[in-house]
Structure formats: structure tokens, C-alpha cells
Design a binder for this molecule. Sequence first.
Ligand code: GUN
Length: 276
Amino acid sequence: MYKLIDGKLISTQIKDELKQKVADEHIRATLAVIQVGNDPASSVYVGNKKKACEYIGIGSAAYELPEETSEEELLKLIDELNADDDVNGILVQLPVPKHIDEKKVINRISPLKDVDGFHPESVGNLCIGQEGFVSCTPAGIIELLKRSDIDIEGKECVVIGRSNIVGKPMALLLLKNNGTVTVCHSKTRDLKTICKRADILIVAIGKPKMITSEYVKEGAVVIDVGIHRMENGKLCGDVDFDDVKDHTSAITPVPGGVGPMTIAMLMVNCVKAANR
Ligand code: GUN
């Protein structure tokens, strides 16, 4: 019988711990959230981030900028927020419209306020094992494993996906926790054989239900980062949950697995930013 890793429950525990810490230590913090344009999915994410701030008792300042905002205007706003002592964390919701260079935006946010952990200095710190902000989704996955009593040390960990936001920092975090790590991607040959070796399989490919039981070793732990809306309106992940579940020792559902952890770890980073 597999264990269902309940991300909703664990994320609520983390937010409750933060809420207590914010109250006990009289922490004052404000997260600035910038959204350019009105992509509906981004609006939902931004709304959830504001709600989470409210829940743990910190402030949020929302900047909803029109689609036609220039790169220069956006960078100017980031400069102002970098200089504002009342703002501890700055987040620009991605993707930004095509006429804006995402890299320039990420690089402009002060590493001291980089609660997304996307700045090259944050990524570099993670890479060499120094203190810094860590990308929220992979940090949330480590927390899910730890709070489910799943040991990483010495395990064969396979990450599918090499994005800057998930795959790469995920590999670094597993390595930091003494896992043996393989990163697979679209050009990987014989993906099934490599996945079948994994004690811990982390899937961030962006293809609905691509990972079936043929990819999963008996008793493996499977973490699904994907989220897709199916034609019937229901959500699914990159893993074919019903096909895979009985072959695992533990698995995350979609929704209610990795998703809620991203926001909980963002709140961890905001509280950390306030203490810096
Ligand atoms: N778009 C999708 N995920 C994220 C995230 O974690 N942070 C930001 N800023 N944008 C995103």
C-alpha cells in the first residue's frame, strides 16, 4: 500500500509554524508582487500568494501593470522596490510579456530580496553550498520528503527536467542532501531504463500523464511537479497517477501535492528576507 504525500496538509503545517513565528517574534515583512499583463493563470497564482501573506500575518503590495508596460518601466519599479526599506521581498510573476527580457528582470532584483531564488547570486550560493534563497518548488519537494520521513541520503534520485526554476535547483538540493543524482531531459536516451533505477523519481517534464508504471521501480517514491487541465476540466500531472500509484511506496497527488508547497516555501523565504 502506497503512502499519499499530502502537500496541502504539509503546506498548511508550514504556514501555521510561520504564522506563530511572525506573531511571537513580532516580525514585520512586506512582499511586493509584480504582475505584468493579465494572464488568468498568473492572476490565480498572484492571488494565492497575496492570500498566503495575509494568512501568516505579513504584508503584501500588489503591482498590477498593463501588458504594454515597457522593460524600462518595469526595471525602474524594481529599482524603487530594491531601495525601499519597507519592502523585504520582491517577486515578478513569470512569464513576462515577450517584449520584456526575463533575464534582465531576474538579474535586477536585489539578491537580498530575491524570494523566488532565481537571481544568479542565489543560484550560485545554492551551487556552492552557501546560505541564500532557494527556488520555492524544489525547496518544497525537499520539505515534503523530509516531513514524510523519506531519507534522501545514498538514494538513487532521478530528476526529469532541467529548467532553471525546478530541474537544476532540484538536482543541487538532492545532492546537498547526499542523494546520487541523475538529471534527464528531452534528449536523454532510454529514459525508461534510467527512471527504473530511481529510488526517488522527480518528474517535471510538462507532459500530461507521460510517466506510466513502465518507468517506475517497485517501491519507488514518485514526486509529480506537473499540472495540466484535461478536456474534462479535471487536473492531472506529468505522472499517470492511477497507473503508477500501486507500484510506489509514496506518491504526490495532483492537485494537492507539490503545488501548495511552492507558496508555503515562498512564505518561508519572505520571513527569512525579513530577518536578513
Ligand atoms: N511562474 C510560475 N512559477 C513561478 C514562480 O515560482 N515564481 C514566479 N515569479 N513566477 C512563476
